[in-house]
Design a protein around this ligand. Sequence first.
Ligand SMILES: Nc1ncnc2c1ncn2[C@@H]1O[C@H](COP(=O)(O)OP(=O)(O)OP(=O)(O)O)[C@@H](O)[C@H]1O
Length: 914
Amino acid sequence: MDDENLSHPRASTRSRLPQPGLREMTSATTNSRSHIPLPGSIANKATSVSPTRSKAPNPTDTKRSGSIIRQPTSPTKTHTRGTSYASSTMSRSNSTATRSIKGSFSSTVGAGSIRPASSMARPASSIGTRKLNGSSISRPATSMDTRMDDATGSVLGKRKGMQFFSFPHRVFSFPNGSLGGISSNGPRSSDTTSSTADNPITSLATQLASVSLADSGVPDVVPCPLFKQPPTDYTPFNPMRPGKASRGKHATPSQPQRTPFVPFNSSTRKQPAPIFLTKNSSVHVFNSCIDTQWDHELREKHMNDMFEVFMSRMNQQGQNSAGLKESVDFYKTRIDELEKTRDTLTESNTNLRVEMELLKTQLITAEQSLKVAQRDQEIAMDDLEMRQRIEIESIRQDSKKDAEALSARHKIEMQDLRRQFENEIEDEKAARVRELGKMTSKNASALQESEIELKSKLREIDSVSSLLESTKAELDRERKHTNDLRQNLDTVSSNSVTLESTIRALKARIEFLEGGREEQSEAFERCNQDMMDALAETDAVKEKLRREETLRRKLHNQVQELKGNIRVFCRVRPSLNNEPASHLAAMQYPDESEDAKEINIMGPEEKSSLGTVSRKNNNFSFDRVFGPRTQNGEVFDEISQLVQSALDGYNVCIFCYGQTGSGKTHTMSSQDGMIPRAVHQIYETAQGLEEKGWRYTMAGNFVEVYNENLNDLLGNPDELDKKKHEIRHDMQRGKTIITDITTVQLDSPEMVESILKNADANRSVAATKANERSSRSHSVFILKLIGENHITGERSEGTLNLVDLAGSERLSHSGATGERLKETQNINRSLSSLGDVIAALGQGKDGGHIPYRNSKLTYLLQFSLGGNSKTLMFVMASPLQAHMSETLTSLKFATKVHNTHIGTAKRQARVRDT
Ligand SMILES: Nc1ncnc2c1ncn2[C@@H]1O[C@H](COP(=O)(O)OP(=O)(O)OP(=O)(O)O)[C@@H](O)[C@H]1O
């Protein structure tokens, strides 16, 4: 609260109210700014007021008042402020009293209250200075004084319904017995407000004049040439309502604008002094104005009336002052109370201040001790830090020395270790190098030895091969020599027989000659002639024999050609153990005991509308029909002559056609099948022909056509279905070449068996619904036979193709799906192509198109099917009733082939004319 009072103007006003200004008012406590001896107490005030009240207005009073009139040296300022203070003080004193009664004042500043710490810490100037200097007291004294002097009337007057009258209670005194101040202030409105700030007399006179004229009924504006016409916004002075001048004065203490005061008769009267420079100068001007313009008596009378009115009002003011006195007493009582309270507060403040001082002292002491302790602490810390720094430095140096020593030691150790490792590495390297050298030398020697050994082996091989060659040549020579010797032996033996007989004859002749010399000589000549005739006869017989062999060949092939270049044999396999007789179809072989060329297959029993049971008879006729009891040997006898044709230089093709399980493989590739038998026969025949000058070489290939791809059955089984083989034809020589095919030289009949085993293992076999082990490809065994007759100079090149076709069952019967379906489709397509090729050949048109290229099989057999070849078709038949349909289909196809006339075969041989 006190802080606010110090800082806030309103608070300072409030604090002034209870201050001891009234009681302790002295000259020292007067308002120094006004230099007016303000009433320090009511008594003083009463003293100053009482003469005014008791005495009538007279010039003396006026004069005395004139002495007093110095009081408002700055009248406007003092008066205005005093008025405002009066009103505010009055209202606030009430509020203060109220607060005091309610205890709020004592609660805030009373002795019993405890000031907060902040208040205690407040500087002494806030309280003590004010009290001691009394500067703040002088202002309330001024206020109070002003209030008492000026505002009382207004307040009381207002309160009591009195006409407002702000004339001061003091008597005005004009130096020349006139109210110069009135005239000088009256009409100068704007100038007045500004000039009053500088001239208090003029200001006071202006107020007085305005009030008195207004109250006395005298017109406000007196026509006086001395004054100018007042401005329209001129407002008479009202002390209760500060005008613009007073407000403006407070607001802006600007320099007043003064209108030069020109005397009316300035030309006649000499101015003693500059206008308004002194009070006397203005009086002179005023007097001069009066003398010349005003009716002095009238004005005096008028002034007297006015004075009386003033006086009466002054009396009234005196009465009012009594009321004010009461108020003052009340206020004095209140002030006493407040002063007591203030004393109490002062005392408590003093105690608190002492206490605060004590605390301050203690605080200072504590701060000092704290500072001392802090300083001691800092010193100790500095010492400690210094010691630690020294210790750290020493430790660091020690550590550095240790580290350096350690690193030096490590460096030495590292160098030692490095040297040691380098030595070890060098040793190891040298050992390794030595070892490597040894190994290299060993390897080199081993390599050298190996090379030497290899060279020796190569030499051995060369020598062995040359030996072999020479042995072969020698063997050939030996063979030849043996043959020659044999022939010679034969000749010699015959000759020896002849000679023996001749010798016997000669012996007899000799004996006869001995008996008669001439008869002996004749007999000897006859014997010699007989011998010569016998030798000549022997040569003639041999020549005749060779001519007969050539004739036999010619006749044999003529017989084969007469039989037809394509022949069809039918073979029905026997029933197997798991096939009961009830499941067999009814088949008949009408001419089995004779030619055995027919077969009747009885169809299922059919009942006619008349109830007769009949069977459809399917009669087929082929070149030969083999029944179920026929063995492979018997079959081969029928084809052996075709195999002989291959040796004679013909292309022979024997293939088996029929449904799955009809016995094709059994006939062709079984151990006693056509292929082994053919090879055996070829060997035997070839050996027999050697006596007649023939030498044969045999080379075999075994291939299969699977899904229209050619596979080498004698090759690597892993390359089946991967390695591609192409079929190429030499049209001029009538030769077929298969690329990348394995060719086996058949030096012995045993070689054929191993070939067949390998081929059988490689052959694609897949299970189907129709047969649990079914060959799903066409296999072709190709035997190339090249024969040379070193006696006759003949040469023959024949090919024997033994073909085991895949099953010919119909697609619907096989029940194949997926991959099997694809196989079956390819099989049927190739078989159909085979039929188309045979049919085209049967048409016999020279240069006609033969569709060999429609399938891989027909393209492969191009030179074995047609005019240059002999073809034999085995149509295989199953005895089962269930296979009847397929059997009939196969037999119908075979009948078509049988009815085809292909033409005359040509021998692939160069026969020397004999
Ligand atoms: N003449 C026969 N004498 C004895 N058994 C035979 C005869 N013909 C065929 N078989 C037997 O009948 C079965 C089927 O014969 P095979 O395998 O030769 O028929 P396939 O027509 O070659 O069949 P795929 O077309 O499936 O090769 C075999 O067990 C076989 O031994």
